[in-house]
Design a protein around this ligand. Structure first.
Ligand code: IDP
Ligand code: MG
Length: 153
């Protein structure tokens, strides 16, 4: 089983989409193993978006990610990283397919509702960035036999 990190960005928080987005992940069959509301510091954003540090819009991203608290989620499932990325849709929400979170809820590149880890390696690093060990819960997913066949997990 894999774990992955999702951030419900200020665009989700302000637009009242927290519940709807979490519901999508729950309905899919992913197990919610961590969740909290946090304010993101300059430091954490510079680390998290270090690949964009040289971009002209970097300050705008930082400002918008600090416009309100965000909600961070840890989700668990088979191939969770790829599944969640697919559910998220491409970065530019106007190109994102209908049925994806960005495709259904956003018109923006920047204000695109969610962040999702892009590889298993990144997911591990990002989960450690936002959660301490005791904030990630290990509990039985009672619906497991209905979510997967027993040779899938
Ligand atoms: P991702 O969120 O789809 O993985 P990244 O390229 O990792 O996309 O970029 C991180 C975030 O930075 C995006 O989700 C978006 O909010 C913002 N971003 C990326 N490229 C642009 C841009 O060209 N203009 C404005 N914001 C951008
Ligand atoms: Mg990314």
């Amino acid at each position: 089983m894999q774990k992955t990190l999702v951030i419900l960005k200020p665009s989700a928080v302000q637009r009242g989409l927290i519940g709807e987005v979490i519901t999508r992940f729950e309905k899919k069959g992913l197990q919610l193993v961590g969740m909290k509301m946090v304010s993101l510091t300059d430091e954490i954003l510079e680390e998290h978006y270090s690949h964009l540090k040289e971009k002209p819009f970097f300050k705008r991203i930082k400002d918008t990610m600090q416009a309100s608290p965000v909600v961070v989620l840890a989700l668990k499932g088979v191939d969770a990283v790829e599944v969640v990325r697919k559910m998220t849709g491409v970065t530019n929400s106007r190109d994102a397919l209908a049925g994806t979170i960005r495709g259904d809820y956003s018109m923006s590149v920047q204000e695109n509702i969610v962040h999702a880890s892009d590889s298993p390696e990144t997911a591990q690093i990002e989960l450690n960035r936002f959660f301490s060990e005791i904030e990630i819960f290990n509990y039985p997913q009672l619906m497991l036999p209905n979510v997967y066949a027993n040779d899938e997990y």
